[in-house]
Design a protein around this ligand. Structure first.
Ligand code: PEP
Ligand code: MN
Length: 333
């Protein structure tokens, strides 16, 4: 739509799209509103919109994804979570233990996360584990701890929905819905998250191409939730020196295609504590919008992902370093 388009002009276009049986997606930007159209099986005649009041141009998107693209929205998406943002000028830090294990553990870590200036606290309530015999998370008991942390520290709560039924609990007690690597192509879960009012942090599947990952984001957006944050967490390769191969080239590759914010998770990306800080520095330098970091008050006792958890002091040091790198990166890009 033209920058001068009125709310009425926009509404009229939305109505026409609905009347012809398609789905409109209005995305307001800093200067103008873009309206995406989905639900068409093949090409549609876009010329019917051209003469409507307020319409600037009709752009045909020929790529497999429509809503994630810069074609639709040339400005970056800034995801707003109360007074915190991801994708804007603020470098977002999402940190915490792999899983919530006890009140004592979670509070000790949350205190360090708060002290570092981070705005987001992570910690799995439910754990999607490779083996059915390992710790599966505290489950609903963890919400009491999460709620206390949210109230005491003012941190935003990020946790994974392992199945659809978890989404409404995160809506009730949390701030960001995480979708894990193992669920990146769980399409019913993606659709459910797409109907949520909460932002969704979408991790890259462990064997997903960029296109598959972006199409997973498209599933969420096609349902009307445009607040998606992509998270690079490494993919499976022949490498044996790391748990996964952190594909930092995905950050500039996504920037070229999509307006969505992208963060890097060097913890799951490497699986080994001594590699987390170097890869966090690199992820920051490559232009990510933030980082996800696993940290534990006693890594050696952690019930999951013990080998990759940073100590509280390693974490504090990392945060100082990445903020310095981010300032430098932001000033040259
Ligand atoms: C996590 O972040 O807790 C997690 C399980 O990561 P991933 O889905 O990337 O393996
Ligand atoms: Mn973990």
């Amino acid at each position: 739509m033209k920058p001068s388009a009125t709310a009425r002009d926009i509404d009229a276009v939305l109505k026409i799209i609905e009347t012809i049986g398609l789905r409109p997606h209005a995305m307001p930007g800093a200067t103008r509103t873009a309206i995406g159209i989905t639900g068409n099986q093949g090409p549609i005649d876009g010329r019917r919109f051209e003469n409507l009041p307020g319409v600037a141009e009709v752009i045909r998107v020929t790529k497999p994804y429509k809503l994630i693209t810069l074609d639709l929205r040339p400005e970056k998406t800034i995801v707003q979570i109360d007074d915190a943002t991801i994708g804007g000028s603020e470098f977002a830090i999402i940190a915490g233990p792999c899983a919530i294990e006890s009140r004592e553990q979670a509070f000790a870590v949350a205190e360090a996360v708060k002290l570092s200036g981070a705005r987001f606290f992570r910690g799995c309530v439910w754990k999607p584990r490779t083996s059915p015999y390992t710790f599966q998370g505290l489950g609903e008991k963890a919400w009491e701890i999460m709620t206390a942390i949210r109230n005491e520290f003012g941190l935003k709560i990020v946790t994974e929905a392992v199945e659809e039924s978890h989404v409404h609990l995160i809506e009730k007690y949390g701030d960001v819905i995480q979708i894990g690597a193992r669920n990146m192509q769980n399409f019913s879960l993606l659709k459910r998250a797409g109907r949520s009012r909460l932002p969704v942090l979408l991790k890259r599947g462990m064997a997903a191409t960029l296109e598959e990952w972006l199409l997973a984001a498209e599933y969420i957006m096609a349902e009307g939730n445009y607040n998606v944050i992509l998270c690079e967490r490494g993919v499976r390769t022949f490498a044996q020196h790391t748990r996964n191969t952190l594909d930092l080239a995905s950050v500039p590759a996504i920037r070229r295609i999509s307006h969505l914010p992208v963060i890097v998770d060097p913890s799951h990306g490497t699986g080994t504590a001594y590699m987390v800080t170097p890869l966090a520095r690199a992820g920051t330098a490559v232009g990510a919008d933030g980082l996800m970091i696993e940290v534990h008050n006693q890594p050696e006792l952690a019930l999951s992902d013990s080998a990759q958890a940073l100590t509280l002091s390693q974490y504090a040091q990392l945060i100082e370093e990445v903020h310095a790198i981010h300032q430098l990166t932001a000033s040259v890009s």
